[in-house]
Ligand binder design. Structure first.
Ligand SMILES: Cc1c2[nH]c(c1CCC(=O)O)Cc1[nH]c(c(CCC(=O)O)c1C)Cc1[nH]c(c(CCC(=O)O)c1C)Cc1[nH]c(c(C)c1CCC(=O)O)C2
Length: 346
């Protein structure tokens, strides 16, 4: 199906756009009262993720309500470890918890390389239902976690300030870490390819815990696996978003991907120099800007657009939107990109 709004895809590919496209990481979620209404009628987060019609509904909400230029499929990066045999619980107000962690060779025996059609069919179904309902209005983004970030959750068992068990494994048992990364990568490649087959128009890889590794370890334990994923996705553009990985921008320049996501710790001009002219940059507003006044939001957003320039930029925050953000402030950010993004392009 022909997309009616393909700004995101053209910007990703480096083709000319008449205005900068905009969407927000974590746009489908608790910022919207409409999301909370759906969520509260259910037993929990997983029921929403695993019911394709409901996942499709909340995926499309930000397109209708906020006016973003892309939808991102409502799911979570943690469905991958679950499909591999390591189930998670989403604990209210605390986040994910894995009752069983992967720390030894013995633990590894409980894992499999998942078949997306068998173990993640609900995501593929959600993509199909969403695509049909979107009817080409905007592109649909598919996603997965980067292998290192998934390993971090599987080994640690929950979120953590230090991820000391996960980082510790890289020193105490690097062989086991690589074995686990291998299984996660194989699962992720098949999963992302299946998402593309189901209709995803662009793929984003989230390396949320990139920034806790040293540059040397990042090059050993994360980049090679992201590289494999990029090489395996050929028919749609790929975005790599590695939070805190300012030290790896020159490495990202060599990846077989179209777009690099930046967080707000990264200087836009320096990032552009390090990545070079041949990639699109996505980002990178501090989500906390959206706590400020409408005037400040407009002013800072225009400043950001000027710094990135009119082409090869996808406007976004530097990480997911915080749940207590006023949707009107989110709309102000989006509207400013739409208005000002068009003037700098004319
Ligand atoms: C690290 C990570 C996770 N999940 C994700 C990441 C990578 C991006 C990032 O770095 O933020 C990715 C993710 N999670 C979710 C989406 C949906 C699509 C979207 O971006 O709108 C996406 C893309 C839904 C979700 N995933 C989660 C919620 C909130 C659960 C609820 O509704 O109760 C949503 C809407 C829960 C979740 N899921 C995860 C955590 C740590 C938590 C709890 C804390 C939090 O809420 O942010 C793991």
């Amino acid at each position: 199906m022909q997309l009616k709004n393909d700004l995101l895809i053209r910007a990703a590919k480096g083709e000319a756009v008449e205005r900068t496209p905009v969407w927000l990481m974590r746009q489908a979620g608790r910022i919207l009262p409409e999301y909370r209404a759906v969520r509260e009628s259910l037993s929990g987060f997983k029921e929403l993720v695993e019911t394709p019609e409901l996942a499709a509904e909340v995926t499309i909400q930000p397109v209708d309500i906020l006016g973003v230029d892309a939808a991102i499929i409502f799911s979570d990066i943690l469905v991958v470890p679950e499909a591999m045999g390591c189930t998670y619980e989403m604990v209210e107000k605390r986040g994910p918890l894995f009752p069983k962690t992967i720390r030894t060779e013995q633990d590894m025996k409980s894992l499999r390389i998942a078949d997306p059609h068998e173990h993640l069919h609900y995501v593929l179904d959600a993509i199909k239902v969403t695509k049909k309902a979107l009817n080409g209005r905007v592109p649909l983004i598919g996603f997965a976690g980067a292998p290192w970030t998934i390993l971090a959750y599987m080994v640690e068992g929950s979120g953590s300030k230090t991820f000391s068990h996960a980082r510790g494994m890289l020193y105490t048992n690097p062989k086991l870490a690589h074995q686990l990364l291998r299984m996660i990568t194989d699962t992720t490649i098949a999963y992302l390819q299946a998402q593309v087959e189901a209709g995803a128009n662009l793929i984003q890889v989230f390396d949320s815990w990139a920034g806790i590794l040293s540059p040397a370890q990042y090059r050993l334990f994360s980049l090679p696996y992201i590289n494999e994923i990029c090489n395996a996705i050929n028919s749609v553009p790929v975005t790599v978003f590695a939070k805190g990985a300012f030290f790896a921008l020159e490495d990202f320049a060599t990846l077989n991907c179209e777009t690099i996501g930046l967080d707000w710790n990264m200087e836009i001009k320096t990032a552009r120099q390090q990545v070079g002219p041949n990639k699109t940059l996505q980002g990178n507003m501090d989500p906390c800007l959206l706590y400020s006044s409408f005037d400040t939001i407009q002013h800072e957003t225009i400043k950001m657009l000027k710094e990135f320039g009119p082409q090869r930029h996808i406007a976004n925050l530097g990480h997911g939107v915080y749940p207590d953000t006023d949707p009107e402030k989110v709309k102000c950010f989006i509207q400013t990109v739409k208005e000002y993004g068009a003037t700098i392009n004319s």
